[in-house]
Ligand binder design. Structure first.
Ligand code: CA
Length: 233
């Protein structure tokens, strides 16, 4: 999952980016409110991690404008310990949750996963397809209960597809999930990772919709055997 981090404190920003990347998130970091607004307009991030005291455009102002234009992506605000009024203002402006500085990075990651789960109306923390399951918290994939070793990019790709069963994701959309601004995009990377996922997890998992993109079938389209009709490619 790709997260936009808006934080002007260099030390906090760097440690949050590093911590979330270790937890499997793709993180893009901006240091002022205007840059955050431009990044949000790209519409590639799944959630916003927002410091309220930002230069050039205040966090509350940014959040209020975001909600006003109908952007419902999850927002988690970061506030100082004694700033109760800020937390209240943030929540009332449309934030979904908050953390108090200094916060624990594993708790921050868990709160983000919870928000993303809620956003996709999913109560179950594990993502499943037939006998395949992915735990976004531990970054573990299993087939028939046995662990399967996947690379970070394979995990990110599998997570993006499993999180939206029935939706066809284009190459550009999948690249957006896999790569932050600072990552060079390898050519054919999506095809290579999909090929590898099919080899490790079974050819029926990911369907190719020729010329459009790739998808994982909705659970109700999966037969009792856990199999879906063979894809065309
Ligand atoms: Ca600040």
């Amino acid at each position: 999952m790709r997260v936009l981090l808006a934080e002007d404190d260099a030390m906090i920003g760097a440690s949050v980016r590093r911590g979330l990347a270790q937890d499997g998130f793709t993180v893009d970091w901006v240091q002022d409110g205007r840059a955050a607004e431009l990044a949000l307009a790209e519409n590639v991030h799944d959630a916003l991690l927002l410091d309220l005291g930002l230069p050039r455009k205040d966090g509350i102002e940014l959040l209020t404008a975001m909600r006003k234009r109908g952007d419902g992506r999850p927002v988690l605000i970061m506030t100082a310990r004694d700033a109760i009024a800020d937390r209240v203002a943030g929540l009332d402006a449309g934030a979904d949750d908050y953390v108090v500085k200094p916060f624990d990075l594993s708790e921050l990651a868990a709160r983000l996963r919870a928000l993303l789960r809620r956003q996709s109306a999913r109560a179950e923390p594990l993502l499943r397809f037939g006998d395949i399951e992915l735990n976004p918290a531990t970054r573990e994939a299993r087939v028939h209960g046995a662990p399967v070793a996947l690379s970070a990019r394979e995990l990110a790709l599998l997570e993006a597809l499993l999180a939206r069963p029935g939706a066809i994701l284009s190459r550009a959309q999948l690249e957006d999930k896999l790569y932050g601004w600072s990552d060079p995009v390898e050519s054919n990377a999506v095809e290579v990772h999909i090929h590898s996922l099919r080899r490790k997890l079974g050819a029926d998992l990911i369907r190719n919709v020729r010329g459009v993109g790739w998808m994982v079938a909705k659970p109700d389209a999966v037969g009792a055997s856990g199999q879906v009709p063979r894809s065309s490619a």
